[in-house]
Design a protein around this ligand. Sequence first.
Ligand SMILES: C[S@@+](CC[C@H](N)C(=O)[O-])C[C@H]1O[C@@H](n2cnc3c(N)ncnc32)[C@H](O)[C@@H]1O
Length: 207
Amino acid sequence: MKNKPSLQNAYDLKSPDDNIELYSAWAVTYDNDFIEDMQYKLHFAVAEEFVLNGGNGLILDVGAGTGALAQALLQKGKFSIEATDISEEMLKVAGSKNIYKRSFLSDLTKEIPANNDCYDGVVSSGTFTHGHVGPAAIHELVRVTKSGGLITISVNEKHWIALDFANEVKKLSQHTSKSILKKISIYGENSTHDHKDDKAIVLSIKV
Ligand SMILES: C[S@@+](CC[C@H](N)C(=O)[O-])C[C@H]1O[C@@H](n2cnc3c(N)ncnc32)[C@H](O)[C@@H]1O
């Protein structure tokens, strides 16, 4: 294994295969040494925005990882949630928590193995970021979401700018009814690590 699991090494990944390798090694300790130790809180903000904008019904969590976002959503209400991720090991940890109705592997840089218009909502936290997934994948999220459904995802702020997510959202506006943006902090205010001040855009799209 080239890189030890760490946020910086995750940001430096170059390909889906690199992601599979890093996250297989990280799966078992991710909740403790990333979510807890680094005071990661992005999943709570995505859950809050999704609920605030009326998200409900059958939901797909993309880049679900160990299930942090589904856990945050289930603290807010009753949801039926499916998980998809490129890492089998991350989904295995998520599966042990009994929070998802179903989970399946996918590479978001390709086609999601799901029919058109089959989810009422799609959510994602922490996956649209450096070295992971770019703006083209949002088309797939729109494709699998029913008309009237809601997509709420976080995008790392610097990644948003570098890959011009705004332009992709503009292009999609011909097929979607409304989009809402909010800038939030990714980590808790008492965190002390190098990325403590990093921000994300939480993007909600009404399909
Ligand atoms: C930083 S973790 C976020 C996990 C979880 N959503 C959270 O908020 O804790 C990023 C996740 O994206 C997944 N991922 C990376 N590239 C992917 C791709 N091309 N397709 C699907 N999932 C991918 C990784 O396996 C990992 O589980």
